[in-house]
Write a protein that binds this ligand. Structure first.
Ligand SMILES: [Zn+2]
Length: 176
């Protein structure tokens, strides 16, 4: 899948493009976080006299690992961003930026792959998990057991004579 827009010889005006974004994009960037994706990125390219601007909107979902039960969970992803397209010859003193893309005047197309990928990545939710109560209960039990094992190892460092007592109290409180 490529994310290229042909720009050479375009007349002034507005152009619409649509790029489906699937899991392969994330595998290409060796992204371990995103297991799969189903996003549509829509690009509106506007060309004026001596300037070009791309407006990107993305909508869809990605499959990631649930922070709580570690099973796959789909989370929605949306992004919207504008990008100026400037032409400059290689070696010209232009700063790199995520607000514009620099294309050599001899180049016939603009590749939006890196931008689309970056926009999705910065818009991933900080916490990805199933809605409350929808996690896999077996996985939760396993993780809980593992965690309890780890806590025992750490006990020598964080030993408090009252921590066990606190647990007891909170448990008996819940039973009521
Ligand atoms: Zn979960």
């Amino acid at each position: 899948m490529d994310y290229k827009i042909h720009i050479s010889g375009l007349a002034q005006g507005k152009y619409e493009y649509e790029f489906p974004v699937k899991g392969d994009l994330f595998r290409e960037f060796e992204n371990q976080q995103v297991i799969d994706a189903d996003i549509v990125a829509r690009v509106t390219l506007e060309k004026g006299s001596g300037w070009m601007n791309a407006h990107l909107r993305g909508e869809g979902k990605v499959t990631v690992e649930c922070d709580r039960c570690l099973e796959n969970v789909d989370v929605p992803v949306n992004f919207e961003s504008s990008l100026a397209i400037r032409t400059a010859k290689l070696g010209e003193d232009v700063e790199d930026s995520d607000e514009f893309i620099i294309v050599d005047p001899s180049e016939a197309e603009v590749d939006l792959k890196q931008f689309i990928y970056d926009y999705i990545c910065v818009n991933l939710p900080m916490i990805s998990r199933h809605p409350e109560g929808e996690c896999n209960p077996e996985m939760l039990a396993k993780i809980e057991a593992l965690r309890a094992g780890n806590d025992k190892k750490e006990e020598t460092e964080n030993y408090s004579p009252f921590s066990g007592l606190k647990d007891l109290l909170s448990k008996s409180g819940k039973k009521k």
